[in-house]
Each structure stands twice: as structure tokens, then as C-alpha cells.
Design a protein around this ligand. Structure first.
Ligand SMILES: C[S@@+](CC[C@H](N)C(=O)[O-])C[C@H]1O[C@@H](n2cnc3c(N)ncnc32)[C@H](O)[C@@H]1O
Length: 213
């Protein structure tokens, strides 16, 4: 983390619900790869400012970003709806527990399995969403973007985390499948005429796009 990121994070009071998630993730022996604190706050703001009431998350881990997303819908009728796709049942269970402890138990629904299959099922069911948060396996990012575009309501927001891959994205010597997939995702975020976007290079990089509608 840079000195600037540490300074900005230090301005905020400790967030009890999110601290509980971090502790819970560690206690379960899960990886500490939740979204950065500053970007978690940004997720809440983006959901709130866009007025989204249906959010699709790809990659739940322990529910840290899930709480940030659900917070942005607080006050919506029924609290809005968060559908979260997670490969591992154990992780989905931990995330569901953390969401419930944070008061969002009725908002989140977890779909366990490979996100690509879950997305195909959601497409077949004709589901549509106002907001997408892409944060699962990096090789899948281009496919996740394709599905987000297909499942998007007009004006939907698409956010993708870790688009700098801790320096690998900009290192020409790195040509692995995850790096190539993320480069392709970033180029499409920047240039797809269906999107207006920006890419923030802080923390590990965050792509933010709005589907023109
Ligand atoms: C970076 S973590 C997500 C962090 C979470 N969004 C947060 O900020 O709190 C990535 C998650 O994606 C899940 N994942 C990886 N490959 C997946 C796949 N093919 N389908 C669904 N989930 C997957 C992992 O199990 C892991 O929980």
C-alpha cells in the first residue's frame, strides 16, 4: 500500500462490520484478498449514486465487498437485491454469515459454482441487473464483461477489481493467460463504444464503466 493510500485509509473510523469480516476470513484460513478499503467505500458510493437496486457480484470470498455493495442499496424497498456468484460453497457460507451479521441477511443470495455457468443460467432466466462487480478469477474477466453487457439494464455500472495485477499488467515480460485476459478486459473497458469509463490506478487498480443507455 502506498503512503497516500495509508494516509487516506487512516482518516476513517474503524468499520466494525468490515473488521469482523477480515477477522472471520483469517480465522477460516481463507486468503486475505478482499477489496481495498478505499475501493470498498467507492463501491458503496457508486451503488448509492447510481440508484442501483439489483447488484450482481462475481467472486464473494468472505463477504467484504458484498457488505459494501449492500450498504449502497440500504433504504431501497426490501433493501435491494444482491446476487453473488462464488465457486466454493465454504466461502459462500462464510460470506452469507458475514452479510447476515452486518444486517444484510435478507438481501444477498449466493449461487455456488463456476461463475461462467451461473451467468449462462442467469441469462437463460432473462435476469437483468443495474450494477456488476467483477472480482473472481482474472482469466475470466473478458467473459464476465461479455455477460455483464448482456445482462445489463440501460445505464448499468460495471466495476472490475485488481486490473493491475500487482504490476503484472504493465510488465511486458508477463504474458500468462490471466495477464493477457486482464489486458484485454482493460482495453475493452477503455474503448468499447457501448461503455463510458475510467480506470483508477490506486491500490491494485479499479475499472469503472457505465453502459450507455
Ligand atoms: C478476490 S476474491 C473476491 C473478493 C471479494 N469480492 C471481496 O472483495 O470481498 C475472488 C473470489 O472469486 C472466487 N472465484 C474464483 N474463480 C471463480 C469462478 N470461476 N467462479 C466463481 N467464483 C470464483 C474465489 O473463490 C474467491 O472467493
Amino acid at each position: 500500500m502506498s503512503d497516500n493510500e495509508r494516509y487516506v485509509d487512516g482518516l476513517y473510523e474503524a468499520d466494525e462490520a468490515l473488521e469482523r469480516v477480515k477477522t472471520g476470513i483469517e480465522a477460516e484460513g481463507m486468503p486475505s484478498i478482499s477489496i481495498a478499503e478505499g475501493y470498498g467505500r467507492l463501491l458503496t458510493l457508486l451503488v448509492r449514486m447510481s440508484g442501483a437496486s439489483s447488484v450482481l457480484e462475481i467472486g464473494a470470498l468472505g463477504g467484504y465487498s458484498g457488505i459494501c455493495l449492500a450498504r449502497g442499496m440500504d433504504g431501497k424497498p426490501g433493501g435491494g437485491s444482491l446476487v453473488s456468484l462464488e465457486l466454493l460453497q465454504t466461502y459462500a457460507d462464510v460470506a452469507a454469515r458475514h452479510l447476515a451479521e452486518a444486517g444484510f441477511g435478507g438481501v444477498a443470495k449466493y449461487i455456488v459454482g463456476d461463475a461462467k455457468q451461473s451467468l449462462a443460467n442467469l441469462k437463460e432466466q432473462g435476469r437483468r441487473f443495474d450494477f456488476f462487480f467483477i472480482d473472481a478469477d482474472k482469466e475470466g474477466y473478458p467473459v464476465y464483461l461479455d455477460y455483464a453487457l448482456e445482462l445489463a439494464n440501460p445505464g448499468a455500472i460495471i466495476v472490475g477489481d485488481n486490473i493491475l495485477l500487482r504490476g503484472r499488467t504493465t510488465d511486458d515480460a508477463k504474458q500468462g493467460p490471466a495477464v493477457q485476459a486482464v489486458r484485454s478486459f482493460n482495453e475493452r473497458i477503455a474503448r468499447d463504444p457501448r461503455l463510458e469509463s475510467t480506470i483508477l490506478p490506486g491500490y491494485d487498480g479499479l475499472a469503472i464503466a457505465r453502459v450507455r443507455g
